[in-house]
Design a protein around this ligand. Structure first.
Ligand SMILES: [Zn+2]
Length: 426
C-alpha cells in the first residue's frame, strides 16, 4: 500500500517537529462526569471560601525547615478527620493513606510544609482583592490547602478509587529535599510521584542537580608585621575563585550554572587569617556535566592551595543528583503521567505554556527525588503567584481553585486506568 505510506511521510515532513510528537495519556473527559467525581468537583467549588480561610490560617503558622511541627499537627488532624490512616515519621513528614478498592498503583501526592523564613517573621496574610500577601503564602502553603481540599472532597463525595493514594506532607524540602529523600528511602517504592509545588505553568518531569560544597583554606597565620612572604589562605582563596569563574559552561537549561554564595574568614585587621572558606552552589540537569565541573573546581582549589603553600579541605554539603537532559529523559516524557497532567490543565482552561512547551525536563521540587530513582514523577503548579522566598510573596487566590480541581482529576485519571481487580493476576 504505497500511497498511504507516502501520504503519511509527506504529512510528517510538513509538520514541525513538536506537532509530530504524540504522547500517551490517561485522561478522558468522561471521568469528570462520573457521579462521585462530579460531586467531589462541586464540593471543591462550593467550599472554596473555607479553602481560602484555611490557606490563610496555615500560612500564619510558622514553619521553618526543622520546625514544621505546628503545621504537621494541624494537617494530621485534618487527614484523620477525613478518614485517612496517618503516620508521622521521625524526620517530620506526615503521610495520610487512602486505600483503593482494588489493587491499583500507589500514587504519592507531595506538598512540602516548610518555608524559608525563620521563626519570628511576621506571617500575617494581607488581602487585597483576590491577592493574598505573606511570606510562604505561595511556596508552598497554597499546595497544602489545595491538597487538603481534595482529600476532604474525596471523603465527602465518597469517591471510589482503585489506586492507593499517599497524601504526603514533607519536611525540610527547602534545605535539600531531605524529607522526601528520607521518605523514599524508608517506604515501599511508589508507582508514581506528583509534587504540588511551583507556579501554574509547564509540567516539570526532570530534576535539576544541585551540589553544595564548602572549600576551606588554612595556614598558621601571622601578625601583619611578620607576614611578608608568608603563605596566606586569602591569596589561595582569591586565586581559586578567580579561576573557577573562568570555567566555560553553556547556560541552563542544558548547561550549568555556578555561584560562590559565601566567603568567610578572618577576624582582625592586623594578621594573616588561619581559616577561610567559600561555598559553591553548582547546578545543572546533565549529571555528567556537573560531575565534571565538580571535579574541575576541586582541582582548581587544590592547585591554588598548593601554589600558595596552604592547607586545603573540601566538604561535601549537598548532592542532589541531576535527572538528565531532555534527550536523556525522552523515556520519562513518554510516561503517561506527563501528558495526562497537560491534558487536564487544558481541560480546565489553565494556561501552562505554548504548544510543545507544556512540559520541561527540569525541576527543583520533591519530585526530583523520584526522577533520580526512576519513579515516574512530575511537579505541578499550585496557583499563580510570585516573589517566593521573599517577604513580598503573593498568590492569586482565584487561581488555586482550578489548580485544586486539577489535582483531583489528575490523581484519579492516573489511578483508574491501569488496574487489576484484587486477586486477578493478568
Ligand atoms: Zn517550594
Amino acid at each position: 500500500m504505497p500511497r498511504p505510506f507516502h501520504l503519511a511521510l509527506l504529512l510528517s515532513l510538513a509538520l514541525p517537529l513538536s506537532a509530530q510528537q504524540s504522547y500517551p495519556t490517561d485522561w478522558s473527559p468522561t471521568l469528570a462526569s462520573r457521579p462521585d467525581i462530579k460531586a467531589a468537583l462541586a464540593i471543591i467549588e462550593h467550599t472554596y471560601p473555607k479553602h481560602v480561610d484555611e490557606w490563610i490560617r496555615l500560612t500564619q503558622m510558622p514553619s521553618p525547615s526543622h520546625h514544621e511541627n505546628v503545621r504537621a499537627a494541624y494537617i494530621r488532624q485534618q487527614l484523620e478527620a477525613a478518614g485517612l490512616t496517618v503516620t508521622t515519621d521521625s524526620i517530620g513528614n506526615v503521610a495520610g493513606r487512602r486505600k483503593g478498592t482494588f489493587t491499583g498503583p500507589t500514587i504519592v501526592i507531595a506538598s512540602h510544609m516548610d518555608i524559608v523564613q525563620p521563626m519570628g517573621v511576621d506571617l500575617t496574610v494581607k488581602h487585597s482583592g483576590d491577592t493574598l500577601r505573606a511570606p510562604g503564602v505561595f511556596d508552598n502553603t497554597a499546595s497544602i490547602a489545595n491538597v487538603l481540599a481534595v482529600v476532604r472532597a474525596m471523603a465527602e463525595a465518597r469517591v471510589k478509587s482503585n489506586a492507593n493514594f499517599v497524601f504526603l506532607f514533607t519536611a525540610q524540602e527547602e534545605i535539600g529535599l531531605r524529607g522526601m529523600d528520607w521518605w523514599l528511602d524508608h517506604n515501599p517504592r511508589p508507582d508514581m510521584l506528583i509534587a504540588s509545588d511551583g507556579g501554574l505553568g509547564p509540567i516539570a518531569y526532570g530534576a535539576l542537580g544541585i551540589y553544595w560544597t564548602k572549600y576551606t583554606f588554612s595556614s598558621e597565620g601571622s601578625h601583619t608585621v611578620t607576614s611578608r612572604g608568608k603563605p596566606t589562605p586569602v591569596k589561595a582563596l582569591a586565586d581559586a575563585i578567580d579561576h573557577i569563574y573562568q570555567l566555560k559552561t553553556e547556560p541552563l537549561p542544558e548547561g550549568a550554572v555556578l555561584n560562590v554564595g559565601q566567603v568567610h574568614g578572618g577576624t582582625i585587621y592586623n594578621g594573616i587569617p588561619q581559616d577561610l572558606y567559600f561555598t559553591m552552589d553548582l547546578r545543572g540537569q546533565n549529571p555528567v556535566l556537573i560531575d565534571s565541573l565538580d571535579r574541575a573546581i576541586d582541582k582548581i582549589a587544590a592547585a591554588a592551595a598548593k601554589r600558595e603553600n596552604v592547607q586545603y579541605r573540601k566538604e561535601t554539603v549537598l548532592r542532589n543528583t541531576a535527572g538528565g537532559t531532555e534527550a536523556m529523559l525522552a523515556g520519562a516524557r513518554r510516561n503517561p503521567i506527563v501528558q495526562t497532567a497537560i491534558d487536564i490543565h487544558h481541560y480546565l482552561g489553565i494556561d501552562i505554556g505554548a504548544p510543545g512547551k507544556e512540559a520541561v525536563a527540569a525541576g527543583t521540587t520533591d519530585a526530583n527525588m523520584g526522577v533520580v530513582r526512576g519513579i515516574p514523577s512530575i511537579a505541578i503548579g499550585r496557583a499563580i503567584g510570585g516573589n517566593q522566598h521573599t517577604l513580598a510573596e503573593w498568590a492569586d487566590g482565584k487561581s488555586a481553585l482550578p489548580a485544586t480541581k486539577m489535582v483531583l482529576l489528575l490523581v484519579m485519571s492516573l489511578g483508574e486506568n491501569k488496574l487489576q481487580p484484587a486477586g486477578i493476576v493478568p
